[in-house]
Design a protein around this ligand. Structure first.
Ligand code: 4AD
Ligand code: MG
Length: 477
């Protein structure tokens, strides 16, 4: 008999039929009730065992964590808490599980504890729900772009350029089973790397996406990116996934329209397709927040917040307007400081971003026209000569979720900018070529995928929304 999924069993379409299902034991109560889960859905299927008919040796192997194939008849359940159950006729144990040693006990574990068990934490309801929502978001992203005429570009992971010019790169070395090549002073000779070239893991697929946009019109990349920043925060990873659309002939306004519409549509997708998991995550968050002071709790329950963001207009304002708001802000009584910013030109700190989003506007905010000095070399210079056509999208509870810009399409202006920042033209000769042969206005942005998953699931730490987090402390798995 072909096995079915727990999800299908719970849909009741197979009622009164002989079924069989594979999965892992969540709990086994009173030598009689097995709660089996196979990951297809949040809920378990209850399997009712007549233990008098079952081989005691087999019974012993049914422990939390064991993998089973259960066969029997699907019937309406008499008990409370589930609508159907399997009246078991046969059990096959794929693999047992030592109940003393299995780390995922049927009780509440802390997220910190589970982080140490990244290979097994996915067996908990919380992580299974998060990863199903993550998968749905990933699908919705591809669907959105493909339906809107974009082509998916697979940009390289190993690259010679530092797209952000921030120097936060992981170098690639070729060891070939040998020691790395050394300089006379004993330091590693990076010039010998990657068959004689200096290369690194990509920090962004943007520059390559620009080349493709200047031929295919609308493209997007969605892949892993790497930042060697040694920051240990709940919003940063050393390896994270980024979605980067790039569009020829789009200016900054088109770019902001695209980003806003895109985010709303992918959130609407999960509201439609992930109800069960979102409800579970909403309840998890409410329980977790009970112990927090009122001021630190979310203003809205998770699903209401997702609806709000997907239905309301994001507030757009320039960096300069934001600075004025911050200068005139009321002091934070509790923390005894004002959200003031010392001078025009300084980068916004996360408390400034939070003030704008959570206190002042109470909705997502798009800031644009930032000072050139605090943004990357490729952004288009405005007529004022001191701001660039940059935009960041700030989200409640998250901070920056998107960074993007209209790109500098004028060869001479780009050259001057690179010279001022000491970026050698030889490194980006091909990027300059794009400004020599059919250059045009174009724009794009990067959305940090894990920050979107954080927002969508209400989780508090970015390490809990990526399967195997890479942070300075964590690269074991
Ligand atoms: O603002 P960033 O650095 O922009 C770029 O890389 C551009 N090249 C994108 C583009 O225009 N195509 O990064 C974009 C987004 C940020 O807004 C943030 O959401 C996320 O990527 N991000 C990180 N997410 C997790 N961990 C990190 N260390 C991150 N650094 C950036
Ligand atoms: Mg940024």
């Amino acid at each position: 008999m072909k096995s079915t999924s727990v999800k299908e069993l719970l849909s009741k379409s197979l009622l009164l039929q002989e079924v069989s299902v594979n999965g892992w034991v969540k709990t086994f109560r009173s030598n009689r009730f097995i709660a089996l889960n196979d990951g297809s859905t949040l809920a378990n299927i209850q399997c009712v065992v007549d233990f008098e008919k079952l081989d005691p040796a087999l019974l012993k192997q049914i422990n939390t964590g064991a993998a089973l194939k259960v066969s029997g008849t699907l019937v309406e359940s008499q008990g409370r808490g589930q609508s159907v159950e399997i009246q078991v006729s046969d059990i096959f144990v794929h693999g047992g599980s030592d109940p003393e040693k299995y780390p995922i006990q049927p009780k509440k574990h802390s997220l910190e504890f589970l982080r140490e068990k990244a290979h097994l934490r996915i067996r908990t309801n919380t992580f299974a729900a998060v990863m199903r929502v993550r998968s749905a978001l990933s699908f919705a992203i591809h669907q959105y772009f493909i339906e809107n005429g974009f082509y998916n570009l697979h940009s390289p992971v190993i690259t010679g350029s530092d797209a952000e010019g921030a120097g936060e790169m992981f170098r690639v070395t070729t060891l070939d089973g040998q020691e790395p090549p050394l300089n006379e002073d004993g330091s590693i000779n990076f010039k010998e790397d990657f068959f004689g070239k200096e290369t690194n893991l990509t920090v962004s697929g943007q520059l390559e996406a620009e080349a493709y946009a200047m031929a295919l019109g609308k493209v997007y990349t969605f892949g892993p990116t790497f930042r060697a920043e040694n920051s240990n925060t709940s919003r940063h990873l050393a390896e994270f996934w980024m979605v980067e659309p790039e569009v020829a002939f789009y200016d900054l306004d088109d770019n902001m329209d695209l980003a806003e519409d895109f985010i709303k549509k992918v959130i609407q997708y999960i509201l439609k397709h992930c109800q069960e998991d979102l409800k579970f995550l909403e309840k998890r968050l409410l329980d977790e927040e009970k112990s927090k002071p009122q001021a630190e709790r979310s203003a809205m329950p998770l699903i209401e917040k997702l609806k709000f963001v997907s239905e309301n207009t994001f507030q757009r304002l320039t960096y300069t307007e934001a600075i004025d708001i911050l200068r005139n802000s009321k002091p934070n009584k509790k923390k005894k400081f004002q959200y003031t910013i010392d001078e025009w030109g300084a980068d916004l700190q996360s408390e400034h971003e939070r003030y704008l989003v959570e206190k002042h506007f109470k909705c997502p905010v798009i800031l644009f026209d930032y000072p050139a000095k605090i943004k990357a070399f490729y952004m288009r210079l405005n007529e004022d000569g001191k701001t660039v056509r940059a935009m960041d999208i700030l989200f409640p509870g998250i901070g920056e979720i998107v960074g993007g810009s209209q790109r500098e399409e004028r060869l001479e202006v780009l050259r001057e900018k690179m010279a001022a920042l000491h970026i050698p033209e030889e490194e980006l000769w091909w990027y300059l070529d794009l400004r020599k042969f059919g250059s045009a206005v174009h724009s794009g942005f990067g959305l940090g995928f894990e920050r979107l998953v954080l927002f969508a699931t209400g989780m508090g730490n970015i390490r809990d929304v990526i399967p195997f987090p890479r942070t300075p402390q964590n690269a074991e798995f």
